[in-house]
Design a protein around this ligand. Structure first.
Ligand code: GCV
Length: 708
């Protein structure tokens, strides 16, 4: 009696406090009370949680349902017996579930179904799967519906992931520094592992499971060989043990030269039998500790990393040697196609295709080639990577960057769902029309998507409240690459800010990425960033060691025009796409304006669809970008009082930073392009606040994330 009184008091306090301070730690799993009518409706369909199996993952699923539904309804929902409104969870190992004769085997290892059914004459909801992790995913799905305030009546959901590997790539170093990380230090406290298990490890795994992420590469692709030493493997083992019940496997980035650096060999030549034997022994050692270890991620012969090319061997020879070591244990090699060599004069956008496409069909069957979404490097807008569709006999996974190295770090609000959707829905025309990037990925015999993680030790996990949405959206799109960015935004907004504000929050999010494109690099411009840290504009930079590290290499602006000629008369990068696309994109009259300057060098007087000249249009886009941020500020201000104050205030302050930095980008780029082109500003345009020299003199050496 006393116990239940205490419980009721706690609930009363929770419900009576309208907007208690929140710092974002709870992510989209806040489970705050719904409005009374919605809470009543959910409660009637969630009277108790019934499970028969004593499996750790199913226990987690039950606990999550009890926690979530109690929070949402303001009632105590706990485990119990079958009764009207019960939620019955499990696999066919539960006699009760088996008796329902549901088509569980067809769901695959991670699929689930959520159904309203009648059991023993009572209406109940069943969450069932072939394996326990499917039950966990199903539980999170039901909670998502409840969090959005939607009805739990007549549910008939059947889901299975379209991609098998849904993996976060952490660019985390052993000293906890995160390359391109804007959310504090690495979550992995290697110094205290394995002795101390920070509760955050569990919270991290739970958040990933809630969106279907099933793998984590724990360390930077610019890898330290130390990660493969026994001292670190003990720590990795601890994390793997914590993550396992949440359906998450661990992977490691492997440094190709590790046999030399920690193995005492004289070479890392993949065709040297001693090298192959070293990797086999290393794999055996890892699997003895971590039987479900996922495998290796490798960055080879790229940006100074060692690789098979150092010995005159191909990427396939390097990858296959590692694959052979992992094969007996069921592990995979994720081999990155992000390569460009300093000694090649070829357009950087072409180099990965030139090197990898001829290797199609030459990789072992447990190798998957990891290809960035676009051919350069996670720019605000790129065309899809030409390798998608061009290697039909090789599994390809797509790599996207959740952390926003090139979209304003953590302080700029940029929801990346529309960017990834744009790529996933791009038609590769290979082998035929309608073959989108999403289909190319899903049809691979080994399929996957990787996201460079944006999480760190900040209380809000990702450096800003809104960057959580990008972690969330990555999980959703990796599960179903055809999911819509707008639906995902609305779901995230409902769960993270409350169903009542889901629409206005999602509306802001959906315009945010284009805003960044507009105020940083519109019309297909790319890589105009300041050197190294990539914080702020640097379109004038022309003095770096490699031509393709300089922004001037990418925009090629001069008195006559602007843009990179990638047509047949230029670098012919367009020729790496299917003929139908090469034709459309190779003609300035038919290429989408958003990609115009990616593929073409065009005169400043060129007429655009708006009727303006290119110069006028460029300036108008920069202005539009700044105006879009101002509009977001207004939209957010209108939500004051409708969401909790602490998070509202944090977002407001970040939007103020974004507005100032959008202005900085706009002013610096306009000042520079005006000078290079010798053009006056179009009539009525507000001149940049400072002269060009002022922008050129800006130095920010301590901007975060710039490697060490
Ligand atoms: C991990 C870009 C980033 C680097 C990153 C590299 C990669 O060049 O600036 O920090 O290195 O991509 O993806 O390997």
């Amino acid at each position: 009696m006393l116990k239940s009184l205490g419980w009721m008091m706690a609930l009363w306090v929770a419900c009576a406090t309208p907007a208690r301070a929140e710092d974002g730690y709870d992510l989209w799993l806040r489970y705050r009370p719904l409005p009374a009518a919605q809470a009543d409706a959910v409660a009637s369909k969630a009277t108790t949680v019934v499970r028969d199996e004593d499996d750790e993952t199913i226990r987690l699923a039950a606990a999550e349902l009890e926690r979530g539904l109690s929070g949402l309804t303001g009632r105590r929902i706990a485990g119990g017996d079958l009764g009207e409104g019960a939620i019955v969870i499990g696999t066919a190992r539960s006699a009760r579930i088996a008796a329902l004769r549901l088509p569980l085997a067809g769901l695959g290892p991670e699929g689930y179904l959520v159904r309203s059914v009648t059991v023993e004459g009572r209406p109940v909801t069943v969450i069932a799967a072939d394996r326990p992790v499917g039950v966990l995913y199903g539980a999170f799905r039901l909670l998502r519906i409840a969090q959005a305030g939607q009805s739990l009546d007549r549910l008939a959901i059947v889901e299975r992931p379209r991609l098998a590997l849904r993996v976060l790539n952490h660019w985390d170093n052993p000293d906890r520094y995160v390359e391109r990380g804007y959310a504090g230090q690495s979550l992995w406290d290697w110094q205290k592992l394995p002795g101390f298990s920070d509760p955050r490890y569990t919270d991290y795994a739970r958040a990933n499971a809630s969106v279907g992420i099933n793998g984590a590469v724990l360390n930077n692709v610019n890898a330290s060989p130390d990660m493969l030493t026994p001292a670190f493997l003990t720590k990795v083992e601890r994390l793997a043990t914590i993550f396992r019940p949440w359906g998450i496997r661990v992977y490691l980035s492997a440094k190709f030269s590790a046999p030399i650096e920690i193995g005492g060999l004289k070479t890392a030549d993949p065709l040297d039998p001693a090298v192959a034997a070293w990797w086999r022994a290393k794999a055996d050692e890892i699997y003895a500790r971590i039987p479900d270890f996922g495998g290796f991620l490798v960055k080879a012969n790229s940006e100074g990393q060692p690789g098979p090319g150092d010995y005159g061997r191909s990427h396939a020879e390097g990858a296959n040697m590692l694959a052979a070591a992992l094969k007996p244990h069921g592990g995979v090699v994720m081999w990155r196609a992000f390569v460009y060599a300093h000694d090649k004069p070829e357009d950087r956008a072409k180099q990965a295709y030139s090197e990898f496409q001829p290797l199609d069909g030459k990789f072992a069957d447990n190798v998957i080639v990891q290809v960035k979404n676009g051919p350069i490097d996670f720019q605000p807008r790129e065309p899809f990577h030409p390798l998608f569709g061009a290697m039909p006999r090789t599994p390809l996974m797509m790599e996207v960057q959740i952390t926003k190295e090139y979209l304003g770090f953590a302080t700029h609000l940029a929801y990346l769902g529309p960017m990834w959707e744009e790529v996933l829905r791009s038609d590769t025309y290979r082998p035929r029309r309608g073959m989108t990037v999403a289909k190319v990925l899903a049809q691979s015999r080994l399929s996957g998507m990787a996201g460079v993680a944006n999480v760190g030790t900040d209380r809000n996990w990702s450096g800003s409240q809104f960057d959580q949405a990008n972690w969330y959206a990555f999980g959703r799109m990796a599960w179903n690459p055809d999911d819509r960015a707008s639906d995902i935004a609305r779901d995230w907004a409902a769960m993270t800010w409350g169903p009542a504000v889901a629409d206005p929050v999602a509306a802001m999010m959906l315009q945010s990425r284009q805003a960044v494109v507009d105020y940083m690099m519109p019309l297909g411009l790319h890589h105009l960033f300041a050197t190294g840290h990539h914080y702020g504009p640097g379109p004038w930079v022309d003095d770096l060691a490699r031509p393709d590290w300089n922004p001037v290499y990418y925009h090629k602006a001069d008195r006559a025009g602007i843009g990179f000629d990638r047509t047949r008369s230029g670098s012919d990068a367009v020729g790496q796409y299917a003929p139908a696309l090469a034709k459309r994109w190779g003609d300035p009259a038919t290429v989408p304006e958003d990609l115009l300057l990616w593929f073409h060098h065009v005169p400043w007087e060129r007429r655009m669809a708006s009727g303006r000249t290119l110069w006028e249009e460029l300036v108008a886009r920069y202005d539009r970008g700044v105006a879009e941020v101002a509009a977001m500020q207004g939209q957010w201000a209108a939500l004051r009082g409708r969401v909790d104050e602490q998070r509202h205030d944090e977002v407001s302050q970040f939007l103020t930073i974004q507005r100032a930095e959008a202005q900085w980008w706009r002013d610096a780029c306009i000042a520079y392009f005006a000078e290079v082109s010798g053009r006056a500003l179009p009539a009525g345009v507000v001149p940049p606040t400072h002269p060009l020299a002022w922008y050129k003199a800006v130095r920010t050496p301590y901007a975060p994330g710039n490697g060490r």
